[in-house]
Design a protein around this ligand. Sequence first.
Ligand SMILES: [Zn+2]
Length: 330
Amino acid sequence: MSKPRPFLGPEPVDGPYCRNCGAVADIHYCPVCGQETAIEMPTVGHFLSELAEQTLALQGQLWTTLISLLFRPGQLTVDYIAGRRQRYVRPLRLYLALSIVFFAILGFTASLSPEHFFPRGERAEAAQTSAAGPSGAAAAEPVAEAPPDVPASPEAPVKPSDPAAGSVAANAEKGGLTVNTGYPALDARIQARFDTLKALPEAELSATIADALFSYAPIAIFFTLPLFALLIGIGYLGLRLNYAVHLLFAINYHSFLFFLLLVELLPIPSPASTLLALTIPAYLTIALRRVYGGGWGGTAFFSFLVLIVHMIVVALVMSVSTLLTLAFPL
Ligand SMILES: [Zn+2]
């Protein structure tokens, strides 16, 4: 038997060396990489106890983190800065995990109940238009300027135009849709796409819009997070802190936000849902005070300011990204 046994790796080194990284390790765990130093040939029992150990450690970490996140606003940020990190799930990992779970459940519930995203009247209108037929032909030709004026059939329920919906919906009752982004080429593209969408059967239409909302929503929230951190940084400019501190604060705050949104996805009574939404300004105020100090009044005022600006930015990014997704499907 001259053949070497490469799958078993190099022969064990004598002496107090880490098998994983080669550092001097004369204690139970390697001081450099953290691997255990006593290595034996694997057994099934060893695998199982390793799994149990790691799962329990992870669970302990998760509970410690969630309790701190929910009941001690700002504490995760304070502890991270103070160097108390190992006991918690790291900030970015917690944020990513919570947002992934949130969007997974959101996508799941959305596919179950399209009515939630499509009020009955609108769906009826869309169905009427698709039944009428000619809009399908109109979609084939590129729309240059004015959309073909298709008058709504008299029995079609006319929905009063919603002033909040902006310039896209403003001319919706004409039967066509006028988009004005200031870029004619983009307008034509969106226009043509919307005409195609109107010809879709209602189930497919609602699925397409739900897809558009969810495909960019995580990205939209990602892009607004650094902006949120910037807002906080501007508020506490006098403290001369690193931007990363504000980013850390923003990440932890968003973890809380996603947890709250997750709870809101559950079938809870609406008073409870309203109550939960009201905790947001309170949470932000307490968190800001714990991390940055300052008085209650000033911090509460600053919290409201930040929340309002943040809400406007998120709404803006969401609507633009949804519009773009509808025009340029992924
Ligand atoms: Zn090591």
